[in-house]
Design a binder for this molecule. Structure first.
Ligand SMILES: [Zn+2]
Length: 166
């Protein structure tokens, strides 16, 4: 992983949600096959919330959990939804996305996710199975999920920046 290129994403969701986050109560650390096995025993094959923290660690939480709670309110290298499947040799990604409106990470955050999955011993497909582009509308501030390369705000129809918010 190219550390120099890794970007940290700050939480951009509702501040009132951040206010409820306990920094000491982040998600479950998945850093070994044993940790992954215990986690899957808990959630079954269901998708769950994940973040990759600033140290590159994979943290998991129930899918109803907010990403910001999973991250303990801290900045992340990526965030999204993840589901796992059993293979003959261990665990593999069934589906993985960067879908987090709380952090709106870029599809380019994939290398951080891949490195965290590698550390947890989870095989992966080499990219997000579903990748999303998020853009903040400069006119009305709505967070947009860009579909079909349509860079137009879904609320006010103002043009959205084609470059990420930086
Ligand atoms: Zn707008």
């Amino acid at each position: 992983m190219d550390q120099a290129a890794a970007r940290l994403y700050r939480y951009i969701g509702p501040p009132e949600l951040l206010a409820t986050v306990d920094p000491g109560q982040s998600g479950r650390l998945l850093d070994s096959t044993q940790a992954v096995r215990a986690w899957v025993a808990q959630v079954g094959g269901e998708p769950f919330t994940y973040v990759v923290d600033a140290a590159g660690r994979l943290l998991a939480a129930d899918r109803r959990s907010e990403h910001v709670a999973c991250a303990g309110g801290h900045d992340v290298l990526s965030a999204g939804e993840l589901s796992l499947r059993r293979t003959a040799t261990g665990w593999a990604v069934a589906e993985v996305s960067n879908q987090s409106t709380g952090y709106a990470p870029e599809p380019a955050s994939w290398p951080a996710v891949a490195a965290a999955l590698d550390r947890a011993g989870i095989a992966h497909p080499g990219g997000f199975t579903a990748a999303f582009e998020f853009r903040r509308c400069p006119a009305c501030t709505a967070l947009n999920l860009v579909k079909d390369d349509d860079y137009t705000c879904c609320l006010c129809e103002a043009p959205l920046p084609t470059q990420w918010r930086g």
